[in-house]
Design a protein around this ligand. Structure first.
Ligand SMILES: [Zn+2]
Length: 556
């Protein structure tokens, strides 16, 4: 092996080839009067050296990954590796301003070796490094025009060779989808996704799942076994005391033989080698300032107070987490599958239907009422066009339907009128986007429209499935699709940046297809009206109209 340090030429070659080598050799000053070093964070060097086209880092708190990629970007531009430059995206403009003031500007001012390569620009968010630009941007949607794709001026205008998305879970997916367009003229087209995970199957966790999934494994000097501190937590922590007078203190230990292991000595090992996207998991446990005692204190707190578990998983273990009550699992839904295959014959009994209207297809659930709490789906399918939906309504003797009002309101109106000629009561349904609606449902009897509180609608179908009060047909291909889609919604607590209001909202996770979930929400409502057609004396019958009527006292 050539020791490049021997010659000035060799040293210069290393400086050019490796951003961490450059940052170390230049003694780059960071916040708090510290200097860049890989001491106790070798993982950082490995990640900075990764020149894969797609890099993903799922990280816990204090992982220093933002610093790593900021330095890597400056290094690339200083050495002219990228002709067009780098765009570093933050979730919002406020986040950019905050970063620029508190971290980026000090980094430049404290390091003359960086500053001398910067040409002055008017903008605090665009720095010209030699010939290319380092641009800091907030990926906030600036316009949300009705019926048009979300667009952001910030995302649209600048070309680049590398795009870095920091705090990925806070990005608007519509904006993320546009970012690759910025790289079309580049021969590199590199995309880096960084961030702390929130919930599974979403944002950075979803990116990491699709990657080769490199985890830090620590080799035991005693038995030679490997330990993954985060995935094997809390078994990766043991307690000991030096003398009987001392208190027991926690330490990181080999899960095979309990011998103490060094959390900084890990090697990244890919779970799925060969995948195109290069993914790293960096839990707080392997970062330089991690204290085992603090970790165990916070773990004890989280054990006592379940509301702290999510934060513990996300920031300490660097793993996504969702409580069981916030997302349905496949087994929750399969547990509701009965023994009956989908009904293909005509129905004689009256049925209800929930229909989600989509651009590609309409999703239909048809079923009947078992008792005042339970329903049974007898048919589930995806069809194209309102005519097909109408044919199904006739075939299965649907008497009560709840159907998405949008996006085809005009067609819906015709469908509703056509159904009423056959004595089929059809309500259009829409979710109230404002969150100001307190009640679960507002009914416009004249127009035949329900306005639903979206979160409550999802909550209700969630408990319906959890409590096994709805039966689905026996497992088949279409039921597998239904199961997947019912699980593609997850409840998260969101804070409004301006007002500080905290609201629960269901977001799309997994593949993002959740049409069966909406259809189920609507089917649940359609069933409540069914007895209207069987006489007012029936249980759960629609006794009155207007605000006093709360059909969803039924069903839960
Ligand atoms: Zn061991």
């Amino acid at each position: 092996m050539i020791d490049f340090n021997d010659t000035t030429e060799g040293r210069e070659a290393m400086m050019r080839a490796s951003s961490w080598y450059w940052a170390t050799a230049m003694g780059i000053k960071l916040l708090g009067d510290t200097r860049f070093t890989l001491k106790n964070c070798l993982y950082m060097g490995k990640i900075m050296d990764d020149d894969s086209r797609f890099v993903v880092v799922m990280k816990g708190t204090q992982a220093r990954i933002t610093t790593a990629f900021m330095l890597r970007s400056i290094h690339c531009l200083k050495y002219g590796l990228y002709p067009q430059g780098v765009i570093y995206y933050f979730p919002s403009r406020d986040a950019v301003e905050d970063f620029s003031k508190t971290r980026f500007t000090p980094l430049i001012n404290d390091n003359p070796c960086i500053k001398k390569h910067l040409k002055s620009t008017d903008s605090v968010f665009v720095k010209k490094v030699n010939k290319a630009f380092l641009t800091l941007k907030g990926a906030t949607a600036t316009k949300n025009i009705k019926g048009r794709k979300k667009d952001s001026m910030a995302v649209r205008s600048t070309p680049a060779d590398e795009a870095i998305l920091d705090e990925r879970d806070l990005f608007d997916q519509a904006i993320v989808d546009m970012i690759p367009d910025r790289l079309l003229n580049s021969k590199f087209k590199r995309i880096v996704n960084l961030g702390s995970p929130t919930i599974p199957d979403f944002g950075i966790s979803k990116c990491f799942d699709e990657s080769d999934q490199k985890f830090s494994l620590i080799k035991c000097e005693g038995c030679g076994g490997w330990t993954n501190l985060a995935l094997e937590f809390p078994n990766s922590v043991k307690y000991k005391r030096a003398t009987t007078h001392e208190e027991y203190a926690p330490f990181f230990a080999c899960v095979k033989c309990d011998k103490q292991i060094d959390p900084f000595s890990g090697d990244f090992v890919a779970k799925y080698p060969g995948r195109e996207h290069s993914g790293y998991h960096v839990p707080h446990l392997i970062t330089p300032y991690c204290e085992v005692q603090m970790v165990m204190d916070r773990w004890a707190e989280a054990q006592a107070d379940g509301s702290k578990l999510g934060t513990f998983y996300n920031s300490i273990l660097g793993l996504p987490y969702i409580p069981a009550e916030d997302r349905l699992t496949h087994s929750d839904v399969y547990a509701c599958c009965g023994g009956d295959v989908m009904r293909t014959e005509l129905s004689i009994g009256e049925t209800a239907a929930g229909v989600d209207i989509g651009k590609a297809y309409h999703t239909v659930l048809i079923g009947n009422k078992v008792d005042d709490k339970r329903g049974k789906v007898i048919y589930a399918c995806r069809v194209k066009g309102y005519d097909k939906v109408y044919d199904l309504f006739i075939k299965y003797n649907v008497k009560s339907g709840v159907v998405c009002l949008r996006p085809y309101e005009e067609e819906f109106g015709k469908f509703q009128a056509k159904c009423s000629l056959k004595d089929i009561q059809v309500y259009g349904s829409e979710y109230n986007p404002s969150h100001k609606q307190k009640s679960y449902m507002k009914t416009d009897e004249k127009a035949g429209i329900y306005t639903l509180h979206r979160t409550q609608a999802f909550d209700r179908s969630h408990s319906w499935v959890k409590n096994q009060q709805v039966e689905f047909p026996r497992r088949c291909e279409e039921v597998d699709v239904l199961v997947e889609q019912l699980c593609n919604s997850a409840k998260v607590l969101e804070e409004d940046e301006r007002t500080g209001d905290r609201i629960y909202r269901y977001i799309k996770v997994g593949s993002g297809e959740d049409h069966y979930r909406s259809a189920l929400n609507y089917f649940q409502i359609a069933l409540t009206c069914l007895t209207h057609w069987q006489g007012l004396s029936a249980v759960g019958g629609k006794m009155s109209v207007g605000d006093s009527y709360n059909p969803l006292e039924w069903g839960l």
